[in-house]
Design a protein around this ligand. Structure first.
Ligand code: GTP
Ligand code: MG
Length: 253
């Protein structure tokens, strides 16, 4: 079994991509399932085959421990570790070849606390990978793009899993904007120039320092442009997953 975690900042399109890509993979005749690991998801745009909310609900956690919405979400996300064995069993009962996992809305609660690494380690013994979403609308601004590169690099250090970066929601971009963004990933100098044009003085220096640190962290940035709305880029993402995990074969023989 192969397992792909969808990770990204709040609202970056994790759930939409989980929904659309899972459906699309089914059409490619892959034996694929969707798992929701977000205990705070109010509703889902897909029917999760396995849903953490069957075990943990934020409202219940808030009530039981007298917490507000944020405290409730932190506690609920941490509680995932107590049910990992059960969720693993639920997933294994489906015996899928490919499992797409939607992760908690606020990335920092999952990815930057122990829980993310624990889940990556303990959720079944599947071969795992991670899709990091750059929200296209947000990353139009070169500074936000750099910030996302930094987060993606930090996630890479933390999870130590094959990482696939995608620019999500590209249907929201004009052709020229997308071209520019893809240019930033191909040529770091273009990104440097774009950042330079936006900033001056101290801020400029800090951004340039940050770009250097990102470079030193050694993560390759060649994001795949996708849209959960139009399915643009799904073939490319699928080929990349196959290239890395199966040597170019389908997941379901
Ligand atoms: N136009 C467009 N909108 C999208 C796309 N993907 C997601 N969205 C919209 O972006 C918003 C957030 O999408 P979600 O899929 O809920 O993102 P998420 O990362 O799961 O969000 P949280 O779990 O709440 O942090 C919703 O309004 C979606 O309709 C896309 O490909 N194109
Ligand atoms: Mg979501």
């Amino acid at each position: 079994m192969h397992m792909i975690f969808m990770v990204g900042t709040a609202g970056s399109g994790k759930s939409s991509l989980t929904a659309a890509f899972t459906r699309w993979l089914e059409m490619q005749r892959e034996d694929v399932m969707a798992v929701n690991l977000d205990p705070g998801a109010p509703s889902l745009s897909y029917s999760a085959n396995v849903d953490i909310r069957d075990y943990i609900k934020v409202e219940d956690v808030m009530e039981e421990y007298g917490l507000g919405p944020n405290g409730g979400l932190v506690a609920a996300t941490d509680m995932i570790k107590d049910v990992i064995e059960d969720v693993s069993q639920d997933i294994e009962d489906f015996t899928p070849d490919l499992c797409i996992v939607d992760t908690p809305g606020q990335m920092e609660l999952f990815a930057f606390r122990d829980i993310g690494a624990q889940v990556a380690e303990r959720l079944t013994d599947a071969d795992k990978g991670l899709v990091y979403l750059f929200d296209a609308g947000f990353c139009r601004d070169p500074l936000n793009y750099v910030m996302n590169m930094f987060l993606a690099s930090a996630i890479n250090t933390r999870f130590q899993l094959p990482q696939f970066q995608v620019i999500s929601k590209i249907d929201l971009l004009k052709d020229k904007e997308l071209e520019q963004m893809m240019g930033w990933s191909e040529d770091p100098d273009l990104l440097r120039e774009a950042v330079d044009a936006k900033l001056s003085g101290m801020n400029k220096e800090i951004s340039q320092d940050m770009l250097e640190i990102i470079e030193r962290m050694g993560v390759e940035f060649s994001p795949i442009a996708v849209s959960a709305k139009t399915h643009d880029g799904f073939h490319v993402l699928y080929s990349e997953l196959q290239r890395v995990f199966t040597g170019g074969e389908k997941f379901t023989p």
